[in-house]
Design a protein around this ligand. Structure first.
Ligand code: SF4
Ligand code: SF4
Ligand code: SF4
Length: 225
């Protein structure tokens, strides 16, 4: 009985591979999927105007000290010829990898992936500041917090906002709706819908990290001079 139900769920669950190569659930969810989430973020570079409201909000909400940052918007350009010049903006923050080099090297268990949410976090109490995780992260998004002396990075505002049912601070602060946050396990979530219908990409996928920060690539750039 159990086996036939499992078989039914298996055949009923269609899987869709988006342009970024990520597989997202579509259709009825299996039992294990109903109890766990897999949070992801999309940065739509075509909507980003490089205003930095996201990184300012992140710093304020998460008490990130000056001199370090959990989130940076990188500006490239200008491209093109005057007066048709434009900039491109990309997001630099933790990618919440499915396969986590930072977690693998941590000797104390301070770096961990929360199985209930898929969010990669740091337990500051367990961190001894060895910096192995900083060296192992291919995206170079970790740092030692000068106040806590522990490794630090984006955690999708797990403790400061998600717990209260709020969106990450960056998502709420963005004036152009360039950021979409949600659960990849929920086929009806906005994040899944956007990924299914919009060409997107992720960085350094060749390393097998399976990042959950997706990007909608800018074409002509967004801010014209
Ligand atoms: S981006 Fe770096 S810190 Fe974030 S989960 Fe991946 S390896 Fe770890
Ligand atoms: S700095 Fe902290 S989180 Fe990073 S590997 Fe060392 S103990 Fe683990
Ligand atoms: S707040 Fe939105 S528009 Fe402004 S830099 Fe961040 S992602 Fe881009």
């Amino acid at each position: 009985m159990k086996n036939s139900r499992r078989l039914f769920l298996k055949s009923a669950c269609a899987l869709v591979v988006g342009a970024s190569g990520y597989t997202v659930a579509q259709g009825p969810l299996g039992e294990a999927q109903q109890t766990t989430k897999k949070y992801a973020l999309i940065h739509d570079e075509t909507k980003c105007i490089g205003c930095d409201a996201c990184s300012v909000a992140c710093r304020e909400v998460n008490n990130v000290p000056e001199g370090v940052t959990r989130l940076r918007i990188e500006r490239k350009g200008p491209y093109g010829e005057y007066p048709e010049q434009y900039f491109r903006f990309t997001r630099h923050s933790c990618q919440h990898c499915e396969d986590t080099p930072c977690v693998k090297v941590c000797p104390t268990g301070a770096a961990y992936k929360d199985e209930a949410t898929g969010i990669v976090s740091v337990d500051a109490w367990k961190c001894v500041g060895c910096q192995y995780c900083i060296a192992a992260c291919p995206y170079q998004v970790r740092f030692i917090n000068p106040v806590t002396k522990a490794a630090d990075k984006c955690d999708f505002c797990k403790e400061t906002r998600l717990k209260e049912g709020k969106l990450p601070a960056c998502v709420s602060a963005c004036p152009t709706q360039a950021l979409t946050f949600g659960d990849l396990q929920d086929p009806d979530s906005q994040v899944v819908q956007v990924l299914k219908h919009t060409p997107n990409y992720r960085t350094k996928t060749e390393l097998g990290t399976r990042p959950k920060l997706f990007r909608i690539g800018s074409q002509d750039g967004e801010v014209r001079l």
